[in-house]
Design a protein around this ligand. Structure first.
Ligand SMILES: *Cc1c(COP(=O)(O)O)cnc(C)c1O
Length: 359
């Protein structure tokens, strides 16, 4: 059977090692997964409590408009409910964007390394992918702008960027938006928005009023701790949202996902606590790196990209024997590094000891 030419060079997603697999392989009881930037504390207790006694009829299709969640989220973001689109994770919205805007003969501009799904789905649509190397972990916006031409349909700004954790400042974003034609969709992926403390981090959502070509992506998978339920959203102009909705599957977000996200939004104090704990433990890890001469990228997220004097693959394999699962930088486009999710304080203290043994 013949498949689309563009899909031939792609590889199916390679999942990282699971907790049970590592337990068995290394005969360990306690495994700490620091590989996918999940919330190590889990979601707000309110979510579990409400979802457990929630009146969900499993035999009924989900609300395709996600009305309850939509109204609550619109209220908390101070936006019109019709400027929201929901996805089975923001990952699905990335796929929807590529389907809607990209085709052979068009191109798309992104940083490298950045979140790999932009390139993956753009490739499926047979669009040309223009990658601009990061500069000290940050987007090189000047060079990215120069890559934009009349055939450019989508530009991806991942801020803070995965895997470096660096962000685009308010001033940098404003300058960039002013210089780029409004015919080009600018996707601002803010998957780690809830962790950011920096004063000059831009509020991107209000920019949509002036820039109808901006689409902001957020997710319930990271700070909100709902990665397993797959809920993400986009905020954009009515025009962009209407077009994305044309290709959205009608029931793409499950009933449980909608309900859990709704209650997660109710407990904003929990998110504040997660944010505070995260920065405390991350600072301590940064301090440790400084003490031991390990370089790292300045992160505003719940992960740290640590540069090593040796292969990240080797170090991450050794770390497995101590019960720590991290992501080798080689798989993310940054050789000789590891990307480490910020875990709980006690686990990270043990991690520091193990890391010293492994490098
Ligand atoms: C985790 C992540 C996402 C995807 O999150 P979903 O679980 O699909 O909502 C999107 N962008 C970045 C940069 C991420 O790190």
């Amino acid at each position: 059977m013949k498949i689309k030419e563009s899909i031939k060079p792609l590889r199916p997603y390679q999942p990282g090692k699971g907790i049970e697999e590592v337990k068995k392989e290394h005969q360990l009881h306690h495994i700490v997964k620091l590989a996918s930037n999940e919330n190590v504390y889990g979601p707000s207790p309110l979510v579990k409590e409400k979802v457990n006694d929630g009146p969900i009829d499993f035999e009924i299709y989900p609300d395709g408009y996600a009305e309850k969640l939509r109204l609550k989220l619109a209220d908390s973001l101070h936006i019109n409910p019709d400027t929201l689109v929901f996805g089975s994770g923001s990952e699905e919205i990335i796929q929807m964007i590529c389907r809607t805007y990209l085709e052979p003969g068009t191109n798309t501009v992104m940083a490298t390394p950045t979140f790999p799904q932009y390139k993956h789905y753009a490739t499926v649509e047979n669009a040309e992918v223009r990658e601009v190397p990061l500069l000290n972990g940050k987007h090189n916006l000047e060079k990215m702008r120069k890559q934009i031409d009349t055939q450019t349909r989508v530009v991806w700004l991942c801020t803070p960027n995965n895997p470096t954790g660096c962000y685009i400042s308010k001033e940098e974003l404003r300058t960039f938006l002013k210089q780029v034609s409004k015919d080009v969709l600018i996707v601002i992926d803010e998957a780690y928005y809830e962790f950011v403390f920096a004063d000059d981090f831009p509020e991107a959502i209000p920019l949509i009023d002036a820039y109808e070509n901006v689409l902001v992506l957020r997710t319930f998978s990271k700070a909100y701790g709902l990665a397993g339920l797959r809920v993400g959203y986009g905020v954009g102009s009515k025009d962009v949202i209407t077009n994305l909705n044309k290709i959205r599957g009608p029931f793409n977000v499950t009933s449980i996902g909608q309900m859990a996200a709704y209650f997660a939004l109710e407990d904003q104090r929990y998110i504040d606590r997660i944010k505070a704990k995260n920065v405390e433990v991350r600072s301590s890890l940064e301090h440790f790196c400084n003490q031991h001469g390990l370089l790292f990228d300045k992160s505003e997220t719940n992960f740290l990209l640590i540069h090593l004097p040796t292969s990240g693959i080797t170090v991450s394999e050794k770390l497995l024997t101590y019960g720590f699962i991290v992501r080798p930088g080689e798989l993310l486009g940054v050789p000789n590094s590891i990307r480490v999710t910020i875990g709980k304080k006690e686990d990270m203290d043990a991690f520091k000891v193990a890391l010293l043994e492994c490098i």
